[in-house]
Design a protein around this ligand. Structure first.
Ligand code: OGA
Ligand code: MN
Length: 202
């Protein structure tokens, strides 16, 4: 089964890194779509927090985002449908009760970063599993911009935002950050969510 490594990794260590998660052709089309939206001015500075408390704080994160909706483009629909298959596999194998997948393009201009954080809001912990797909085919070490994961034992791991790399982790368990990037950094960042009422009932 195509998602079995992700599922095994999540079960044993709470996170997973897959390279070449999608074909180069699909990753390339997703990158084109992100660049097209950026050129059209469709991306907006990302906020921090949720609902009325949301605010744009460039000192915390400097990326620009746009949420994906079904029906916007063929390749985005393909990605959303593929991630929905992963959602169903996670539910089948790990009984996570994930109801939906939400995701946005993220564009980090040179100099942008995202300080260490958890992907759960204090007032809403419906985000259960994070999945980030990177879209940068020519990423070099000097471009920096790594995803830095912080593990419970105090160790850390840097992951390059290289096209095709998919990182999946339990949203509430791993503080992480985006190191300052030296080149334009494109990704698709998403979350598998439970319904808030299910979370409250845990
Ligand atoms: C986020 C995030 C990581 C990355 O958007 O919450 O942590 O590598 N992104 O883009
Ligand atoms: Mn995050």
């Amino acid at each position: 089964m195509q998602f079995s490594t992700i599922i095994d990794d999540l079960a044993t260590q709470g996170w997973s890194l897959q390279s070449s998660f999608l074909s180069n052709a699909v990753t390339h089309k997703l990158a084109d779509e992100c660049r097209r939206r950026e050129a059209e001015g469709a991306l907006a500075p990302a906020g921090v927090g949720r609902g009325e408390a949301q605010a744009v704080r460039e000192g915390i994160r400097g990326d620009q985002i746009q949420w994906l909706e079904l029906g916007q483009s063929e390749v985005c629909d393909l990605y959303l449908n593929f991630m929905d298959e992963l959602r169903r596999a996670l539910n089948r194998e790990l009984f996570l009760g994930l109801e939906e997948f939400e995701c946005h393009f993220a564009f980090y201009p040179p100099g942008a970063f995202y300080q260490t954080h958890l992907d759960r809001f204090r007032d809403d912990d419906s985000r259960c599993v994070t999945a980030v797909l990177y879209l940068n085919p020519d990423w070099q070490p000097e471009h920096a911009g790594e995803l830095r994961m912080h593990f419970p034992d105090g160790s850390q791991r840097d992951i390059a935002p290289l096209a095709g790399n998919l990182v999946v982790f339990m949203s509430g368990d791993f503080p992480h950050e985006v190191r300052p990037t030296q080149a334009e950094r494109l990704s698709l960042t998403g979350w598998f969510r439970r319904r808030p009422e299910d979370v409250l009932g845990l």
